[in-house]
Design a protein around this ligand. Structure first.
Ligand code: ASP
Length: 224
């Protein structure tokens, strides 16, 4: 079963919704996604005056970590811990997709709930073409992680640019961009090339991902 929440944000999400209804997917109210764990994590983030992203690891350094850990203790969080920090049992919000067809046409799409405790009205990388999402004849790319870092490095477009200008194959272009362009933030991406190569890369602890091909190959992964 797949459940789709109605987000109140952008027109393209309404289009998404119509398409999903046409596919027969169940649509639920936003309240479905308001869980005790997420309310708890939001409270932790507010108390620690930080924002959280995938795996609920704080974006900043040691001070923020201790603030978050202290807030967790005080609020008696759900008890799940990663790297000494509290985490939610709810998965990250990003849903990204990069595809290529048998003619070499590529497409990418990215949807996100943003970062927990983000500033009201913040626009992340996901809807910015060239930052969190990009597709051209060389490749299609969809990013996840700390949007500000992704925007600063125009990460998705840079993968295509490195392929185009340096002549590198997809995985090498991805590795180059993750290493050289994401120096100040945690993020990751999935990508396919116009010739059917599949690649991913991230500089954070892990990234939920999957791959499926026409001939039935399927693979999922979280860690490196
Ligand atoms: N990149 C998104 C943002 O910064 C978060 C995510 O979904 O990974 O808004």
């Amino acid at each position: 079963m797949v459940l789709i929440g109605i987000k109140n944000r952008l027109i393209f999400q309404c289009v998404d919704l119509i398409l999903m209804c046409l596919q027969g997917l169940e649509v639920v109210d936003n309240s479905y996604f308001i869980t005790e764990e997420n309310i708890g994590m939001l409270k932790l983030a507010k108390d620690a005056n930080t924002i959280l992203f995938d795996y609920r690891i704080p974006l900043a350094g040691a001070d923020t970590c201790s603030a978050l850990a202290a807030a967790s203790e005080k609020n008696n969080s759900n008890g799940m811990v990663m790297n000494g920090l509290p985490i939610s049992i709810y998965a990250p919000e990003t849903v990204g997709c990069a595809v290529v067809d048998s003619n070499g046409f590529t497409a990418a799409a990215t949807s996100t709930g943003g970062l927990m405790n983000k500033m009201t009205g913040r626009i992340g990388d996901s809807p910015l073409i060239g930052a969190g999402t990009y597709a051209c004849g060389h490749c299609a790319v969809s990013c996840t992680g700390e949007g500000e870092a992704i925007i600063r490095s125009t990460l998705a477009r840079d993968v295509a640019a490195v392929m185009e200008y340096k002549g590198l194959p997809l995985q090498e272009a991805v590795d180059f961009c993750v290493k050289e362009r994401l120096d100040e933030g945690f993020a990751g991406l999935i990508a396919v090339s116009g010739t059917g190569e599949v690649a991913y890369g991230f500089n954070c602890t892990g990234m939920f991902r999957g791959c499926a091909t026409q001939d039935g190959f399927m693979e999922v992964g979280i860690w490196e």
